[in-house]
Design a protein. Structure first.
Ligand code: FA5
Length: 344
């Protein structure tokens, strides 16, 4: 107290001691102010009062430093620096103390277990396609591809479907300008593969096909097919049936039966419809068509029908997927309802 009353006479011989007493008091008061600050506004008020650049108390003490004689200035200056560091640290500590609970309120607690993100998954049709590639891969079939926008040669001509054939009807196909069309069947890929390589051939092709069919529980205007083609010396109808039976058992289960019904396709001879039956049930479901490659098709791609024979099949992927998962309406596969898709 004595020192404080003498503080005003900074020019006297005791100025050095008075100045140091002022700094002690300044440090104590400043620390107390930062420690007592209960919110951000109070911290800021204390900062302005003690650390403020223009009118802060520390600033005033610094002004006093300039008036001291050289010897006193050195001692006072050291103490001044220590007080400034102490008050700056008290300011930082006050801010951190106030920020910590605010972070916890915002929900950031690093000790909590993480929240697992909900992962999406592949569409059931994509899953089906991948499984088909897998199963046929085990039988030695590789994957071939062809364009969805096709020309009439690959969709009809080379498949032994002549210009006047009813399958070419504009009411049954999506024609595009310039003699092109959206392919109506994956059999187009048979032609593209045989054009590009000599026999033997053992491929499947999976992809979208388009037909202006009326939409109902089992039909869509865009759907997917899997095409199979095997060409070599001595390939027979027995090979076709074996491959399809092994496929049906691998994909749909051991209790699946398959049956061939006589049918007609311009590009196979003989031709069959492929039906499948489950769990010894009454109902046979048509899955697609198949047959032995017609000699006219081999001629169109430059294969010698006296040298090689082959089988081909084309199955609806939606029908396989629906049968596998018990889906009773094809439209569910295209509506992208997350509640439906989450089940697979
Ligand atoms: C064909 O498309 C022939 N290319 C199959 C073929 C290939 C025969 C090789 C011989 C040799 P089809 O038009 O029957 O055949 O169609 C085959 C399968 O596609 C049908 O059994 C059915 O499963 C599916 N499918 C046909 N139309 C639709 C449709 N609108 N919506 C959903 N699936 C369909």
């Amino acid at each position: 107290m004595v020192r404080e009353t003498e503080m005003g006479s900074a020019t006297g011989p005791d100025a050095r001691i008075d100045g140091l007493g002022e700094l002690d008091a300044l440090e104590a008061a400043g620390r107390a102010a930062f420690a007592a600050a209960a919110d951000a506004a109070a911290v800021e008020a204390a900062r302005v009062e003690y650390l403020g650049q223009k009118h802060g108390k520390l600033r005033a003490a610094q002004e006093r430093l300039k008036q001291l004689p050289a010897e006193a200035r050195r001692v006072y200056g050291q103490r001044f620096n220590a007080v400034r560091e102490a008050l700056e640290a008290a300011h930082r500590a006050a801010r951190e103390r106030l920020e910590r609970p605010a972070r916890a309120e915002a929900g950031v607690d690093v000790t909590l277990p993480g929240r697992r993100p909900r992962l999406g998954h592949l569409h059931p049709l994509t899953q089906t396609a991948n499984e088909l590639i897998d199963v046929f891969g085990r039988f030695g079939f590789s994957v071939a591809r062809g364009p969805e926008v096709e020309d009439v040669f690959h969709n009809f001509e080379a498949l032994n479907i002549p210009p006047a054939h009813p399958a070419r009807d504009p009411l049954d196909n999506f024609y595009l300008p310039g003699g092109r069309m959206l392919r109506s069947q994956t059999s187009t890929v048979q032609i593209r593969v045989m054009e590009s390589q000599p026999p033997p051939v053992r491929v499947i092709a999976i992809g979208r096909v388009y037909r202006p069919d009326a939409v109902d529980a089992t039909h869509s205007f865009m759907f997917h097919q899997i095409e199979g083609l095997m060409v070599d010396r001595g390939v027979t109808m027995a090979d076709l049936k074996t491959v399809l039976r092994l496929f049906a058992e691998s994909y749909l289960g051991r209790d699946v039966k398959i049956r061939f019904r006589p049918s007609f396709f311009p590009f196979t001879e003989p031709s069959v419809e492929v039906d499948m039956q489950w769990h010894g049930g009454e109902r046979w479901v048509e899955m697609g068509g198949a047959g032995m490659v017609d000699p006219n098709v081999f001629r169109a791609v430059g294969y010698d029908p006296e040298e090689v024979t082959g089988f081909a099949f084309g199955l609806g992927i939606e029908r396989l997927c629906m049968r596998r998962h018990g889906i009773d309406d094809i439209r569910l596969l295209y509506q992208n309802d997350a509640r439906f898709l989450a089940q697979f």
